[in-house]
Design a protein around this ligand. Sequence first.
Ligand code: UDP
Ligand code: MG
Length: 303
Amino acid sequence: MLSIVIPVYNEADMLPLLIERLTKTLQTIPLENEILFVDDGSRDNTLEELHRQKKGNPAIKIIELSRNFGHQAALTAGLDLAKGDFVAMMDADLQDPPELLAQMYQLLASGDWDVVKGYRTKRKENFSRRQGTRFFHWLFGQISGLEGIESTGHFSMMTRQALEAMKQMKEKTRYMPGLRSFIGFRQTQITYNRDERKAGTTKMSTGSLLSLAADALFSFSRVPLRVCLWLGVTGVVLFFMAGIYVLLSKLMGWAPVGWSSTIISIFFLGSVQLTFLGALGEYIYRTYKESQNRPIYFIRNIS
Ligand code: UDP
Ligand code: MG
């Protein structure tokens, strides 16, 4: 069986076209299939539309979360409930063409691969989004030490074995593409152009994208902590030398008189310390979240 997991949040307008293109593609794949829609607390008539579509299409399963938990949590819910021997995840907005699923399946069916990811060559999104995403992928690739992170998003298909590995990672702050790279196995990618959203507007605000980026960076890397440490050590050396210079000037009588240098150093050191405290705080907050050990999502209904 092949399971397709699709998180939806206020996507009523997308559903008819999405389901049409998806079922057309699924017909070309010689497997039984289930389409798991995870309704992430939508406020429009996404749910009614899903139930309407389900009448004509028994492959559709609807998982209703108890409120909006966010993209990553919704995906997690779908992956937890997927029954397939192969499992794909994709967004609902048709930025990622469902037709690629057939190709992904062929690669997995050949037995040579465990994970097939979509690799986006062009993106039809606005300039700042595109550049922001590019910068994030570059930075994340540099500091996480994970392979195959660049230009791959959620769109992917994997075997049951790879999925079971993903499911073992129960952490609360989740960045799925990172977790997917983390598991290893044999991963490959197919290249495609990322379309623009076919209907509606983006459901990820700039704020939630930034916090996703922060989750990714802090949960896959200790580079921010390392930066604090090395800057601190460099500071100790520099300020030791500066201290000697200041003492010498005092003794020799060339000490400049004035408060600007004093004030500037206080401000400078104060803000550097606050920045480091902030970085520390990010890790402490995440440790706190883990220790609370709350469930990642709650399900209201499955149909
Ligand atoms: N989504 C979700 N919960 C949210 C926000 C988004 O389930 O709180 C879903 C949304 O319906 C879509 C996918 O996550 O299927 C990706 O969202 P979107 O396409 O708006 O993100 P973008 O492509 O702009 O980053
Ligand atoms: Mg999108």
